[in-house]
Design a protein around this ligand. Structure first.
Ligand code: HEC
Length: 266
């Protein structure tokens, strides 16, 4: 019995049989994989979807690259935005700006767990506090506002012309010249959903307009003063008291266009 098991010829045949069966399985598996893989790659729906994603990504990338090129952030100071030397400017502004205390930090998250349900302030009365359009803004306020605007420029562009899919233009925007209460409320609550700017409907994928509720009244007033008196606008200054009067907006859900007072072009 054992001598038959040890027959070298049987061992030789068994070896090649085993190898043959194994290779056959390997070839079948490989063929299945090739067929299956080939099928998935040539799915026209998936290919179209992927092409769209690549196209969108390329658009955002090139728009941002254009936006983040070399810009003048202070008179005579040309830097790449955002470079390491823009951050000290923003840092200086943040340090100079007194943080605003909120009862619960979650309050500054629009629609967050500490949703603010307080009654609306009198927007009309706050808008009436605005000095007449064309009133020259304070030079120091403009300078501080311009430095602070570096934060906004990441999306709205240093020239205020906006970035496709990232931020709408401020240049030529009727919202910028319109009621001040809109602009201040946008800073406190963010803005989401389609918005009409300069006769065009613009839609953004996410509520990207950030909330800057933790900054003090003067800092918010300065950056809005800068926006209202740059990029072809001369709508006059925004007063820290107007910002203060709208603190009750902090923590309310993000605004949509319908929540704002429709600007009437003069
Ligand atoms: C992360 C990108 C981003 C940053 C940073 C940003 N914004 Fe916005 N902003 C947006 C988007 C997106 C919208 C449009 C929101 C919507 O309706 O979906 C918007 C809307 C606005 C609007 C109203 C629409 C218009 O074009 O007039 C104003 C005014 C505005 N932002 C001012 C500012 C100011 C001032 C700052 C800096 C303190 C700032 N934004 C920072 C993305 C940004």
């Amino acid at each position: 019995m054992s001598s038959q098991n040890d027959n070298p010829l049987i061992r030789f045949v068994a070896f090649w049989w085993a190898l043959g069966v194994f290779s056959l399985f390997a070839v079948i598996l490989l063929a299945l994989k090739l067929l299956g893989g080939g099928k998935a790659e040539s799915n026209p729906l998936e290919e179209a979807a992927a092409a769209k994603r690549y196209e969108a990504a390329a658009k955002v990338k090139s728009a941002q690259a254009a936006n983040l090129a070399y810009k003048e952030v202070e008179a005579g100071k040309v830097v790449q935005v955002p470079p390491h030397d823009v951050f000290p400017i923003i840092g200086k502004e943040l340090v100079a700006s007194k943080g605003v205390a909120v009862k619960d930090p979650a309050q500054i998250i629009p629609g967050g767990p500490a949703v603010n349900t307080s009654a609306d302030a009198d927007f009309g009365a706050i808008d009436k506090m605005s000095p007449p359009a064309g009133t020259a803004p304070d030079e120091a306020a403009m300078a501080a506002g311009k430095a602070m605007f570096t934060v906004c420029a990441a999306c709205h562009g240093m020239d205020g012309k906006g970035t496709p899919m990232v931020g709408p233009p401020l240049a030529g925007s009727e919202w910028v010249d319109g009621p001040v209460s809109n602009l201040i409320r946008i800073q406190f609550r963010g803005l989401t959903g389609p918005i009409h700017v300069g006769g065009q409907e613009l839609t953004f994928a996410a509520p990207m307009m950030p909330v800057i509720a933790a900054m003090d009244d003067a800092t918010i007033a300065n950056v809005l003063t800068y926006v209202r008196n740059s990029f072809g606008h001369s709508a006059g200054p925004v007063l820290p008291d107007q910002v203060k009067a709208l603190r009750s907006e902090t923590g309310k859900p993000p605004l949509t266009e319908a929540d704002l007072i429709k600007p009437t072009k003069p």
